[in-house]
Design a protein around this ligand. Structure first.
Ligand code: 9MR
Length: 384
């Protein structure tokens, strides 16, 4: 990143250091209180994504016993990071469903008394389907429509019914193109129409998973450059309401932080106003909110751990306080709990090429200031 600049002034670093010191100075409770318990006290869920690898790009965090202990201790809900995506479940072709990896995560959650959430029934983006679908022969004439409908319905129905315990489902993921706010085109939407495809997905999920909260999930943020993305998502949510599509909640992925330094100068100002307006619009339409994929990208922060971790924690606390002030926010999911397994390690490398520190625990499985920031935000959250 050629425009790299040190992020924090000395004064900012000192202030943030002081924040971290204050957080660290909070007296230890008699028994350590898990994030799951703190969330439960407020009427919400805290949990994390986990990956049952190793296959291709799948993370292998689930195979790590120390990692599993953190998940068991801290999380009230788990979500498979990749194991329910079409490119995993349907990898082998149109006739097959592979559930082995997601089953292992589901069994672990059950054994630990944890809830499960599902990601995702329809990542409506051409990149994330298995390769065979590009050349699949859907036939011609009316049969073509019927075949495309049948494949989508069969997929959603089969996956939902396999996991009736899901408390929520990302039914549709990332279908709004950030470049122009339009709905992305896929094999399905080219045959069935865009709204028709998305509506069919939600109606099918409602029938097959009547108890689950049904979610539209996306990564729009408050940052400059996200205006069209936010607008496109609101337009989509408005359309769902107009057509009576059964969508219960907006999943705000919350991959916060950024590649550029400016984002860390404190949450929100001046973009906080824009973000509140966006969230108010969504909740005003009656949608619940979920933080579905929380992590903090520290690419632009200096190498030293103390100021880096402090900046990450302070920034996250501001963001989580805002999001949790909405009683509509019902679940908070971290996108992984230990730095080394974070998807961010493989993308947008830091200038110094050093590992990133975007999650709540470091590579020695020790909690970082970000873990305390999440705890503090949960403690401060109003009950819902
Ligand atoms: O963390 C996931 C990574 O392991 C996968 O390679 C990638 C592609 O399937 O997806 C990552 O998770 C994404 C999530 O499914 C949707 N929102 C963005 C997440 C980060 O890219």
């Amino acid at each position: 990143m050629s425009s790299f600049q040190p992020v924090l002034s000395r004064r900012q670093a000192l202030t943030l250091g002081a924040t971290a010191a204050t957080l660290a100075a909070v007296p230890a409770l008699a028994a350590p209180t898990s994030l799951a318990a703190l969330a439960r006290d407020k009427g919400l869920y805290f949990g994390s994504a986990v990956g049952a690898g190793p296959v291709g790009s799948l993370t292998g965090s689930f195979e790590d016993a120390a990692y599993r202990k953190i998940l068991a201790d801290e999380c009230g809900v788990l979500v498979p990071e990749n194991e329910l995506k079409w490119y995993v479940v349907r990898a082998a072709g149109p006739q097959s469903f592979a559930f082995e990896r997601a089953d292992r995560i589901a069994a672990f959650a059950k054994a630990n008394g944890q809830a499960l959430r599902g990601h995702t029934l329809l990542w409506h983006h051409p990149q994330w389907f298995p390769a065979w679908i590009k050349t699949y022969d859907f036939g011609a004439g009316p049969a073509r429509t019927a075949n495309a409908q049948a494949m989508l319905v069969q997929h959603i129905d089969t996956v939902c019914k396999r996991y009736p315990q899901m408390i929520s489902w990302d039914v549709v993921n990332e279908t709004v193109d950030p470049a122009d706010g339009a709905i992305r085109r896929t094999v399905f939407s080219d045959i069935l129409g865009q709204h028709e495809t998305l509506d069919l997905a939600f109606h099918t999920a409602r029938a097959a998973a009547p108890k689950a909260r049904l979610v539209y999930n996306d990564y729009m943020s408050w940052e400059v450059g996200n205006e069209k993305h936010r607008y496109g998502v609101l337009k989509l949510l408005e359309g769902f309401r107009k057509r009576g599509t059964p969508v219960d909640a907006l999943g705000v992925q919350s991959h916060i932080g950024a590649e550029n330094a400016d984002s860390f100068t404190g949450f929100g100002r001046p973009q906080e106003k824009e973000w509140r307006a966006f969230v108010d619009e969504a909740t005003g339409m009656g949608y619940d909110l979920l933080i579905t994929e929380f992590d903090v990208h520290d690419k632009g922060l200096p190498y030293d751990f103390a100021p880096r971790d402090a900046a990450v924690a302070a920034y996250a606390k501001g963001y989580l306080d805002l999001m949790l002030s909405y009683r509509q926010t019902k679940e908070v999911l971290a996108w992984g709990m230990v730095d080394k397994y974070s998807w961010l390690q493989n993308q947008w490398l830091r200038e110094d090429k050093k590992p990133k520190r975007p999650t709540l625990y470091d590579d020695a499985y020790q909690p970082k200031p970000l873990r305390e920031a999440v705890a503090a935000a949960l403690r401060a959250a109003p009950v819902r």
